[in-house]
Design a protein around this ligand. Structure first.
Ligand code: MG
Length: 384
């Protein structure tokens, strides 16, 4: 049966790879596996136009008014919606793939949980900032929430149907990023170009910087807590430079189950779309155990990468702290991407913001967005 799918952030790294999967799966079939109902983009008009030509969605959204006008002229039959929230409110959707970056995805994800059968979330900032809301909506509207992040897809597979009480520990792996072998002193002089070169994964700029500071892993620790309701004491980050084991679960009976695959985002994206079924996939490189060599596992160096401990601390405090952590990190990374601050300033800015943050219990959507706005504006004007 053809599945109806909407993708927000369709021109980004996850969105384009999802459409590659859909193209391959639909090719040569009279009745396609997927119908692309809606696509949304931020600023990449050219790529969105190509995607519209190829996938013929009924609905699109794009940020700028001029871009909307261009699309209206080129494709008069298409429905142009105001924003990603309107895309999320389209009914009778089997899969809503949330592939936007940052807290901007929050409202749309919550709306999608009311309308789509499955919400596949690559947008980890929502899971970090609004754990209680995401859980509440998914239970209330009986929608399925499934991760797209490779580590969480690994954990999802290892956990299978086991309950929380059967879990001893989650081993959350990390490549260690491009600066794993540098001394702390050398990190002072790291440039933007160096930080944007990830050794194993090809991803968008924000997550690539997050990977280099280990904040990505910190956000993923909170994401584990948010998705699987696992206590922070039971989540151990493991540095695994080869990026073959994408995480593992140790159960109380002494069994550890690990998931392995090539470091290619198409694998977890397809899992999130197809679960619980499995279908053939086209990959640049297939998994070959004989060419793996040895696999290494190390403790993370939190002295060199303080962002990881900051994330654990914010996660443990809960309530509005993960929101504050996420917002100040987004702000600091944006400043670093604009080359307005040094690499080591990222963690310093995050720490100072968390030190002055006043906890707000169970923040609602508007409070979360207010906290976010306030932090980002303050940081921006401070370094402008
Ligand atoms: Mg990940």
């Amino acid at each position: 049966m053809t599945k109806r799918i909407s993708i927000i952030g369709s021109t980004g790294s996850i969105g384009t790879q999802a459409l590659d999967i859909i193209r391959n799966r639909n090719s040569g079939k009279d009745s396609p596996d997927f119908e692309v109902v809606a696509l949304s983009a931020g600023r990449n008009l050219e790529r969105l136009i190509d995607q519209i030509k190829e996938f013929r969605p009924q609905y699109i959204s794009i940020l700028n008014k001029e871009d909307q006008d261009t699309i209206k002229e080129l494709f008069p039959e298409i429905n142009i919606l105001k924003n990603i929230e309107e895309i999320a409110a389209i009914s009778k959707i089997d899969i809503f793939l949330s592939a936007v970056v940052g807290i901007t995805g929050l409202k749309a994800n919550l709306i999608a949980l009311q309308h789509a059968k499955r919400v596949a979330v690559a947008n980890k900032e929502t899971l970090v900032s609004a754990k209680h809301l995401v859980r509440e909506y998914s239970q209330k509207y009986k929608s399925e929430l499934i991760p797209v992040d490779s580590e969480h897809v690994a954990i999802h597979q290892c956990l299978s149907d086991h309950s929380q009480s059967e879990i001893h520990e989650i081993l959350l792996t990390s490549s260690g990023g491009p600066f794993r072998t540098l001394d702390k002193e050398d990190l002072k002089n790291v440039t933007l170009q160096q930080a944007l070169k990830h050794p194993k994964w090809s991803m968008g700029p924000k997550i690539t910087i997050d990977s280099s500071t280990l904040m990505n892993k910190g956000l993923e620790v909170i994401e584990v807590n948010s998705l699987f309701d696992i206590d922070y004491d039971q989540i151990q980050v493991v540095i695994h430079p080869q990026s073959i084991v994408h995480s593992a679960v140790t159960f109380v009976d002494g069994n550890t189950i690990a998931q392995m695959s090539m470091p290619d985002m198409k694998v977890p994206i397809q899992y999130a779309i197809d679960y619980p079924k499995r279908y053939p996939i086209e990959l640049e490189e297939r998994f070959n155990i004989f060419s793996m060599g040895s696999l290494d596992f190390e403790f993370p160096d939190t002295n060199k990468f303080p962002a990881l401990n900051l994330a654990y601390a914010a996660g443990r405090q809960g309530h509005s702290f993960p929101t504050a952590l996420n917002s100040v990190n987004e702000a600091a990374v944006a400043l670093f991407l604009e080359e307005k601050i040094q690499y080591l300033d990222i963690a310093k800015i995050i720490e100072s913001e968390l030190n002055q943050h006043k906890l707000i219990k169970d923040p609602c959507v508007n409070t979360i967005l207010e906290i976010d706005k306030e932090i980002k504006e303050r940081q921006y004007f401070q370094y402008k």
